[in-house]
Design a protein around this ligand. Structure first.
Ligand SMILES: Nc1ncnc2c1ncn2[C@@H]1O[C@H](COP(=O)(O)OP(=O)(O)O)[C@@H](O)[C@H]1O
Ligand SMILES: [Mg+2]
Length: 398
């Protein structure tokens, strides 16, 4: 037997595994690296986050990704080269994080790599049924495995699509295993570039868990800040706080067909971008709004898209708590806007149920890798409208 296959077999038999979960979202802020200890699998999973760090990307990395990110027309040579480049950069960042933590690569059983999404193209976005639902995450797994010496599982989203999904959101699987509660109806809201939630009815309920994207999170705000201020984000909502919401632009932004579609559904910056904003400004003759007013309106737009989605699913339900993760949690005006649109719902950080809000997505990919080597699709067969599958491709080091 190939010695790496023997090692993988032995890892799959262990009672407890050390797994590094990686997340690199559409915000391009950095690589989230979660060092996780995972005991058992399925509903018996016992999860511990041992360490966590976001390794910030440098400008070179962002410039390279932006050459191809969410663009319809790109240079193929760029795409071809940036795929291994991302794998190499990620491997270097993992090695650095391990060094910082004083952990040896031999002590890690698996890496779970999400990769960098460069295009998301479900048919509801492309309106082209001649090609299947598709999504592309780059950052080649073999490069990560070879340059860290650790067995790497990557490219999780393709299996979801192959079995009938849109490749996103995948959070439902891990959320379902870790956070289902006997009493509370939980909405696990993640506000990254795009906002999504997992609905987890209390275990006494007959409703089924599911996950869906909602619409914009930070993405249009970030793009606007980059274009007009040369900054990556509206830190602490400093700009949006100085502006006023323009209600005619807000209503036009909210008129997008995607926002009214039934759950589950997925989207990306391919739809919610500066071109989208410009179109809506043209329609409402609001091109001369101050930058602060545009940011205040974009902030309200994300809050409405999120709150409308939550209202739709929690309507008529009691004992609902929303637990928030992702960078949007650090945008005070956004959180305030969401809470004021949902006055009767308790909104907390996911830290309240013992999960680091910035680490959550990376942890969920570690959990998916654990299911791939030691779990079973049956563990997640109770999630509505999402195929029960174990996901990811396995890359072996030398
Ligand atoms: N202090 C802050 N003030 C405002 N926005 C913030 C702050 N911290 C983080 N964010 C937002 O969160 C984003 C990162 O969120 P993250 O969950 O990592 O998203 P992704 O998964 O898309 O990478 C940043 O780009 C920024 O928009
Ligand atoms: Mg991020």
């Amino acid at each position: 037997m190939n010695h790496q296959i023997a090692k993988l077999y032995q890892i799959s038999q262990k009672e407890s595994r050390i797994v590094i979960g990686l997340m690199s979202g559409t915000s391009l802020d950095g690589l989230d690296i979660a060092l996780c200890e995972i005991k058992n699998a399925g509903r018996d999973t016992k999860f511990t986050l041992k360490d966590f760090i976001t390794m910030d990307y440098d400008d070179e990395f962002r410039i390279n990704i932006r050459k191809i990110f969410a663009k319809k027309n790109i240079n193929q040579q760029d795409l071809c080269g940036i795929n291994p480049y991302v794998g190499l950069v990620h491997a270097q960042l993992i090695n650095k994080a391990l060094e910082n933590w004083g952990v040896k690569s031999e002590d890690i059983d698996l890496i779970a790599s999400h990769g960098q999404t460069v295009f998301h193209a479900p048919q509801i976005l492309t309106k082209d049924n001649s090609l299947p639902n598709s999504t592309l995450q780059i950052g080649d797994g073999d490069h990560i495995a070879v340059h860290t010496g650790i067995i790497t599982i990557s490219d999780f989203r393709q299996k979801h699509i192959a079995t009938g999904g849109e490749g996103a959101p995948l959070a439902a699987y891990g959320d379902y295993l870790l956070f289902t509660d006997p009493m509370e109806n939980r909405v696990l809201l993640n506000i990254g570039g795009i906002s999504n939630f997992t609905f987890l009815p209390s275990s006494s309920h007959t409703l089924q868990a599911f996950a869906t994207d909602l619409g914009p999170g930070n993405t249009i705000m970030n793009q606007y800040m980059f274009e007009h201020y040369g900054k990556e984000m509206d830190e602490d909502s400093e700009v949006a706080k100085k502006g006023n919401i323009n209600s005619s632009l807000l209503n036009e932004l909210l008129s997008e067909e995607f926002l009214g579609l039934n759950f589950p559904k997925t989207t990306g910056p391919e739809l919610f971008n500066l071109h989208y904003l410009k179109e809506k400004q043209n329609l409402t003759h609001t091109n001369n709004l101050s930058k602060e007013d545009v940011m205040a309106t974009l902030n309200a737009f994300s809050a409405h898209a999120i709150a409308n989605g939550i209202n739709r699913i929690t309507h008529g339900l009691e004992n609902v708590v929303v637990y928030v993760s992702g960078g949007g949690l650090h945008n005070p005006l956004l959180m305030q806007n969401i809470q004021s649109l949902l006055p009767n719902i308790k909104i907390s950080s996911i830290a309240e149920i013992e999960m680091n809000p910035d680490a959550k997505e990376a942890c969920l990919f570690a959990l998916l890798a654990n299911e791939t080597v030691a779990g079973s699709p049956n563990n997640v067969n109770n999630i509505k409208d999402s195929p029960a599958v174990c996901m990811g491709k396995i890359s072996l080091p030398l």
